[in-house]
Design a protein around this ligand. Structure first.
Ligand code: NAD
Ligand code: DAU
Length: 352
């Protein structure tokens, strides 16, 4: 068994679905608090599959985690659970501190006690895989080299500061207690089941609903984009063969300015689902107030994971974004499920 936390969210959900598609892989205990970002509809195709055990709970609930570890004896924990949206962290950082820092601390405490209780090969093979972000490294200028694993931590938002703190805890548990950890720092993901508060799904849905496509500031901020299935395959590699105590950057070699990402989405939608008036979706682009403290550029040097583990992304941005847009066009029921009252309240707070 493996224990996945946050497996009803965007990346965790994709990871669980992909993991269980591989027949030789073990069963998954999926622990998720089901915050606004957790969605069981993402896991609907696993209904009746005995290899998927869903548990509704908090990574900070030590008693629950202790019980689960004793009961299921997982050979690995993959920790996706987090508050993940930068804009929400600006409006209300408390939940980010609670889950990303304190929650990770409690999870580490339980996992360490469990690991200490193991013996022989079970103890040797156990892994704690912490899923983190490139945002912990801060912001780059246009001419800076991409982030390597040795780049200083310079987080700039409450979200990235909380993720940085959790990375430090994980690192300390390795150095102090010899606890077997690996950490991955990944760039911006996109793909199916992405909650539509993040740029790419928000723009796709707003375009189709004749709403403005909000571009913060001048739209020239740069992100590296990775198709979510590639992130999942990279995590599987690191979990299987990553060196203990190491960190691995994961990226798509796909740096793009936000405005170019949005224009690309408009062009693909113009082909796949033209507007009834025959005009381009690009006409809906609207420049809005910038995000406070908005990081200018992220870029990932994913050379280490390629050299040491032979992993490279399979999708280009062109192939991945087309698949993603097609998925949103083909899955209106999933979208209707997430576009709830609380989602509408968030849009009002953020964009009005
Ligand atoms: P998400 O917000 O879509 O999902 C997070 C999931 O965690 C949700 O299902 C939520 O219910 C669950 N959760 C939140 N608090 C919890 C708690 N206390 N206990 C148990 N479950 C809890 O996030 P995501 O985009 O899927 O990101 C997953 C992880 O990957 C995060 O750690 C994030 O920092 C990291 N990451 C994300 C990206 C990205 O582009 N989305 C890139 C790099 C790294
Ligand atoms: O870099 C990895 C990170 O990527 C992850 O750690 C985070 O969990 C994930 O949310 C993502 O953070 P970003 O802030 O980069 O993603 P977001 O989709 O919110 O924004 C992408 C870029 O688009 C960013 O420069 C802000 C901009 N943006 C975003 C929204 C929601 C807009 O211009 N308009 C918008 O409405």
């Amino acid at each position: 068994m493996i224990l996945v936390t946050g497996g009803a969210g965007f990346i965790g959900g994709n990871f669980v679905l992909d993991w269980l598609k591989i027949p030789s892989n073990e069963a998954v205990i999926n622990l998720d608090k089901l915050t606004y970002a957790g969605n069981l509809a993402t896991l609907e195709s696993l209904e009746g599959d005995s290899r998927h055990i869903f548990v509704h709970g908090d990574i900070g609930d030590k008693d629950l985690i202790d019980r689960l570890l004793v009961q299921y004896q997982p050979r690995a924990i993959v920790n996706f659970a987090a508050e993940s949206h930068v804009d929400r962290s600006i409006h209300g950082p408390a939940e980010f501190i609670h889950t990303n820092i304190v929650g990770t601390f409690h999870l580490l405490e339980s996992a360490l006690a469990y690991w200490k209780s193991l013996e022989g090969s079970a103890k040797e093979q156990f892994r704690f895989h912490h899923v983190s972000t490139d945002e912990v490294y801060g912001s780059l200028s246009l001419t800076d080299p991409a982030f390597t694993e040795t780049h200083a931590y310079e987080p700039n938002s409450p979200y990235s500061a909380s993720k940085a703190a959790s990375d430090h805890l994980v690192r300390a548990w390795f150095h102090t207690y010899g606890f077997p950890v690996v950490t991955t720092n990944c760039s911006n993901n996109y793909g199916p089941y992405h909650f539509p508060e993040k740029l790419i799904p928000l723009v796709i849905l707003n375009a189709l609903n004749s709403k403005p496509l909000p571009i913060y500031g001048d739209g020239q901020q740069i992100r590296d984009w990775l198709f979510v299935g590639d992130h999942c395959s990279a995590i599987r590699e690191v979990l299987a063969r990553g060196k203990l105590g190491e960190t691995y950057n994961i990226g798509g070699w796909n740096e793009k300015a936000n405005i170019d990402v949005v224009r690309t989405i408009c062009t693909i939608l113009d082909e796949l689902k033209p507007r009834v008036d025959g005009r381009s979706y690009a006409e809906q682009i609207t420049y809005v107030t910038d995000r406070p403290g908005h990081d200018r550029r992220y870029a990932i040097d994913a050379g280490k994971i390629e050299r040491e583990l032979g992993w490279r992304p399979a999708e280009t941005f062109d192939s991945g974004i087309k698949k993603t847009i097609e998925w949103y066009l083909d899955n209106p029921a999933w979208i209707d499920g997430v576009v709830s009252g609380s989602y509408r309240d968030w849009l009002k707070k953020q964009y009005d």
